[in-house]
Design a protein around this ligand. Structure first.
Ligand code: NDP
Length: 237
C-alpha cells in the first residue's frame, strides 16, 4: 500500500494491461485518478465504474489533443504516461506511417505531456513514463523502431529531471520486460523465445509493474529522479 489520499493522478493510456493495473493500484491507494484511452471504450467505462476513476477518450497520437487534455486537468500530483504501441517486424518492409505513429505515441506524447503537466504540478510531484527493457537491450530482429522509442525516453528522464528537480518534481522511467498483456501475451507465439532471454523465465504481471510505479510515485521515492527502473526478470541482465 502507498497512501495517495488527497493526490490527483493522471494516467495516459489506462484502459487495458499495465495502464489498467496502475489505475486500479492508484485508486485503491486513495488517489483521485483520471485516465485516458483511445479505442477500448467498453473496457475504459468498466474500469472507471470498478475503481471510481474518470475515463476520458483522448488519442495519444494527437499531440495538441494531449497537451490540451493535460492542461485541462489543472494541477496534478502524479502523471503516468503508459500509452504505447509496438510495431515489430521487418524493418525493410515496415509501413513508414506506422513507425512514425509509434514515435508519436511512444515518444512525442510522453515528452509533451510531461512538460505540460509540469506547468501546473505542485512541488514534489511525480512524472513516470512506462518505457521498456528494450530501451537497453534488443536481442531479436525486427524491433529497432520500438527500441528507438524506448531508448529516447531515457534522455527525456535525464533531461527533464534537471529541468524540474529544483521544484522537487521527479522524472523516472519504468522499464518492464515481458509482461502478460494483450500486447505481449504469456501464451503468445513469441512467449517462449521471450522467456529464453530471462533469468527468471516467467512473464511479469501488470500488478507487479503497477507496484513499482506506485513506489516511484510515493513518498519514499522523493530523491529518485532521472533514472531508469528495470523490472524484467533479468531479460536485460
Ligand atoms: P496493451 O496493448 O495491452 O495496452 C495499451 C494501452 O495503451 C491501452 O490502454 C491502450 O488504450 C493505450 N493506448 C495505446 N495507444 C493509445 C493511443 N493512441 N491513445 C491513448 N491510449 C492508447 O499494452 P501493455 O499494457 O502491454 O503496454 C503498456 C506500456 O508498457 C506500453 O508503453 C508498452 O510499450 C510498455 N511495455 C509493455 C511490455 C509488455 O511485455 N507488455 C514490455 C515492456 C514495455 P486503448 O485500447 O483504449 O487504445
Amino acid at each position: 500500500m502507498t497512501d495517495f489520499t488527497g493526490k490527483k493522478a493522471l494516467v495516459i493510456g489506462g484502459s487495458r494491461g499495465i495502464g489498467a493495473a496502475i489505475v486500479r493500484r492508484f485508486a485503491k491507494d486513495g488517489a483521485a485518478v483520471t485516465f485516458t484511452y483511445a479505442g477500448s471504450h467498453d473496457a475504459a467505462q468498466a474500469l472507471a465504474t470498478e475503481t471510481g476513476s474518470t475515463a476520458v477518450r483522448s488519442d495519444a497520437s494527437d499531440r495538441d489533443a494531449t497537451i490540451a487534455l493535460v492542461a485541462g486537468q489543472g494541477p496534478i500530483d502524479i502523471l503516468v504516461v503508459n500509452a504505447g504501441v509496438a510495431v515489430i517486424g521487418d524493418a525493410l518492409t515496415h509501413d513508414a506511417d506506422a513507425i512514425d505513429r509509434m514515435i508519436d505515441i511512444n515518444v512525442r506524447t510522453p515528452y509533451h505531456a510531461a512538460v505540460e503537466s509540469a506547468r501546473q504540478m505542485p512541488d514534489g510531484g511525480r512524472i513516470i513514463v512506462i518505457g521498456s527493457v528494450n530501451g537497453d537491450r534488443m536481442p531479436f530482429a525486427g524491433g529497432a523502431g520500438y527500441a528507438l522509442t524506448k531508448s529516447a525516453l531515457q534522455g527525456l528522464a535525464r533531461g527533464l529531471a534537471r529541468d524540474f528537480g529544483p521544484r522537487g518534481i521527479t522524472v523516472n522511467i519504468v522499464q518492464p520486460g515481458p509482461t502478460d498483456t494483450d500486447m505481449n501475451p504469456a501464451d503468445g507465439d513469441f512467449a517462449d523465445a521471450m522467456r529464453g532471454f530471462m533469468a527468471i523465465p516467467r512473464y511479469a504481471t501488470s500488478d507487479e509493474i503497477a507496484g513499482l510505479t506506485a513506489y516511484l510515485a510515493g513518498p519514499e521515492a522523493g530523491i529518485i529522479t532521472g533514472a531508469m527502473h528495470t523490472i524484467d526478470g533479468g531479460f536485460g541482465a
